[in-house]
Ligand binder design. Structure first.
Ligand SMILES: [Zn+2]
Length: 701
């Protein structure tokens, strides 16, 4: 995730060389399962020898990954890669990774592969579940338990019932790899991780396998993966030539495919979101590579996002701190948390979990952007010892893809083990976060958001609501008109103390409460629903206090969706809004079409991008833009409204219905004082570009 250009220099207060310990067997307390190989575990000696050969220093590995368990019937990644995971010069295409995962599935009852959708270019995305055969056999039963915890309304918010479910449920820990295509290491690390989880008989791994379902999407940006492997192979064939970077990774987007978790405009976001929600997973852990050697972004720096449940921010602290502690005990340098990445913007892929009552996590490990072994020299601020990086990376090392794979797998295995040890706590928290979302109206507010039925931009209103539906937010329709009271607006205190004293003397009367009427058919987004937090985050006014210690948030990202879509969004604190007669909306589509008969039609211009799309749909029709407001067909039209001639009634009706635009037949064209400006394709392209920008901002790109 971290783009090197964005990494800010941190205060350098001198540096110390990393503390390099050898692994001590007594580092774990007596009642904890030691992260160690079972002495009876058969080892694949050839594979293990290559792991050791490609690891460039003895402290760039751990007792969890410095050997490969042997299996009589389950193939190792070598059958597909032709070498071990992380070997120099080896980068598999997504198809190779999938081929291996399906070989694992065929050979082991502990592995199942699921297709989770396709990319913009039609490539498959998968999720691989690794767990005990018992857990995989009972997936549906387990999903039903998790679904009750995810939606506490189904058990009437009954904590006793929740405790029973928590005691029986098997949690789901979802890991996603290589959303950023030049960060190339995750797929091989995840192939080997799946193998280890499926075959290793050490107590440490067995506990993870029996207690948790590990779900893995080894390649998130599949289109980009294939392109980067093409480029890398070209580089191998032309080792002395310039090695070009990728321009676009996916079909439309490069680095900012990891800013799409609000707008959900990309297939990869939609597929991961649906998988996360569908499996009722507790964690989403996204793998990136740009910081030496393992930066666990889980905790992050301020500002923290104001809409997440504080229970989650405590979970970040627990998990992040323990992860660093475990890897530090292995003697692996350069493992740290905090850093300068914040958790303010909800646009990152991992934040799907933060906004849906789970736990979001992100790793930055150290990648070479390919599979070459390279000498890497760090900047002083990268190896400085800081309060949050007590055992920093080395100033200069020889670094291999295997080193990177060792760090990724060690971090994930210790995380999985810690998570499994504390799964009852995390499952209970998963329930509590959902319950607190359902109780939001009375506990913290607001009660609801209302998008009024008399919206002047219905096509944009529908578009905004469809984004919320993708986020699994429940939307309702008011069956009748209703009125809510609005909170009394507080006056800002006067800064000048003399003026403030003067105004105190005046003793102004308290302002009266006001109210607002909404017509029947208005959309109500109730806040007493399990996924209220994502709706609250997107519909509320984004804010961040200038007093926050971090003056420059990591991403300058806007997400007040009402403003970005240019539609009315009312934040309602009056609990009466929840008593309005309403019904759930399954499909959002604003009505459109032609009203009346005639040869000339008008469409009011409220700056909806759909108007530009209409121009392209009816390219042979004559379209003009009114230079002044006018009235016709019993309606008022704004300046800029479209006047359309030479279009068949049926064609216009069909196009307007598709685009949610209302066209009105006029008896005659409006009078004009000056020749009207033709509303041709050229000016509409500019119009379209302007609104494309708006969409991009809305998508958090
Ligand atoms: Zn990245």
């Amino acid at each position: 995730m971290l783009d090197s250009r964005k990494v800010r220099a941190t205060a350098v207060c001198g540096f110390l060389l990393p503390v390099l310990f050898s692994v001590v067997g007594t580092a774990w307390a007596g009642d904890e399962t030691a992260p160690a190989r079972d002495p009876k575990q058969a080892v694949d000696e050839t594979y293990t020898a290559k792991i050791q050969k490609y690891t460039t220093a003895p402290y760039f590995t751990s007792p969890l990954v410095n050997y490969l368990p042997a299996s009589k019937n389950v193939p190792t990644p070598e059958v597909v890669l032709g070498d071990v995971a992380g070997a120099p010069g080896v980068l598999p295409y997504a198809a190779d990774v999938y081929k291996y995962m399906r070989l694992l599935e065929k050979a082991s009852p502990r592995v199942r592969v699921f297709s989770i959708g396709t990319t913009e270019e039609g490539r498959e995305m998968i999720a691989v579940a690794v767990s005990s055969p018992e857990n995989l056999k009972n997936l549906e039963e387990n999903r039903a338990r998790l679904a009750k915890l995810a939606d506490p309304r189904t058990i009437k918010l009954d904590d006793t019932e929740a405790d029973k479910l928590v005691a029986q449920a098997v949690p789901v820990y979802y890991i996603t790899g290589t959303i950023h295509s030049p960060e190339t290491g995750a797929p091989t690390a995840l192939m080997e991780l799946a193998y280890r989880l499926a075959v290793d008989e050490s107590a440490y791994i067995r506990e993870i396998r029996d207690g948790t379902i590990t779900l893995i999407t080894p390649v998130v940006e599949v289109d980009g993966r294939d392109r980067i492997v093409d480029i890398y192979k070209w580089h191998l064939a032309h080792p002395k030539d310039f090695y070009p970077p990728l321009i676009y990774w996916g079909k439309y987007v490069a680095h900012d495919n990891n800013r799409d978790a609000m707008g959900v405009t990309l297939k990869l976001t939609e597929n991961v979101l649906n998988t996360y929600i569908g499996w009722k997973a507790q964690v989403l852990h996204d793998l990136h590579e740009s910081v030496p050697y393992l930066y666990d972004n889980t905790i992050g720096d301020g500002p923290y996002n104001a809409w997440v449940d504080p229970i989650l921010t405590d979970e970040w602290q627990m998990i992040g701190a323990r992860n660093v502690a475990d890897m530090t005990k292995f003697g692996m340098p350069g493992v740290f948390t905090h850093g300068d990445f914040d958790t303010w913007s909800p646009g990152y892929l991992m934040f799907i979990a933060a906004m849906h009552n789970g736990i979001s996590r992100l790793y930055e490990t150290f990648g070479n952007g390919g599979a070459d072994t390279q000498e890497r020299t760090l900047d002083p601020e990268e190896y400085a010892r800081t309060w949050w990086r007590q055992n920093p990376p080395l100033p200069k090392v020889l670094w291999s893809q295997r080193d990177n794979n060792n760090y990724e797998q060690t971090g994930l295995l210790t995380s999985l083990h810690y998570f499994n040890e504390n799964k009852r706590l995390f499952l209970k928290n998963f329930y509590l976060k959902a319950k607190r979302s359902v109780m939001k109206p009375s506990e913290e507010g607001p009660a609801a958001y209302v998008l009024p039925a008399d919206e002047s931009r219905p096509s944009l209103q529908a578009e905004l609501l469809r984004v919320l539906q993708k986020q699994s937010v429940e939307i309702s329709h008011a069956k009748s008109a209703f009125t809510v009271s609005l909170p009394v607006k507080k006056e800002k205190p006067k800064k000048d103390t003399k003026d403030a004293k003067e105004s105190d003397k005046e003793k102004k009367p308290e302002p009266e409460p006001t109210s607002r009427d909404f017509p029947a058919g208005s959309y109500i987004i109730r806040m007493d629903q399990p996924y209220a937090r994502i709706a609250d985050a997107l519909l509320d006014h984004q804010y961040w206090s200038p007093d926050d210690p971090q003056k420059t948030p990591y991403d300058d990202t806007g997400w007040t969706f009402g403003e970005l879509f240019g539609v009315q969004v009312a934040r309602v604190t009056d609990l009466k809004a929840l008593d309005v007669a309403m019904e759930r909306v399954t499909e959002v589509h604003a009505p459109g079409g032609v009203k009346g008969d005639g040869a000339v039609f008008a469409i009011n211009n409220n700056a909806e991008p759909a108007l530009a799309m209409l121009r392209y749909k009816l390219k042979d029709a004559g379209m003009e833009a009114a230079e002044e407001p006018f009235e016709g067909g019993g309606k008022k039209f704004n300046r800029g409204s479209f006047v359309i001639r030479n279009a068949s009634h049926a064609d216009l009706d069909r196009a307007a219905a598709e685009l949610s635009l209302q066209a009105v037949a006029l008896g005659t064209a409006p009078q004009r004082k000056n020749p009207s400006r033709p509303c041709g394709a050229r000016s509409l392209r500019a119009h379209l570009a302007q609104h494309a920008d708006r969409r991009l901002v809305a998508a958090g790109v």
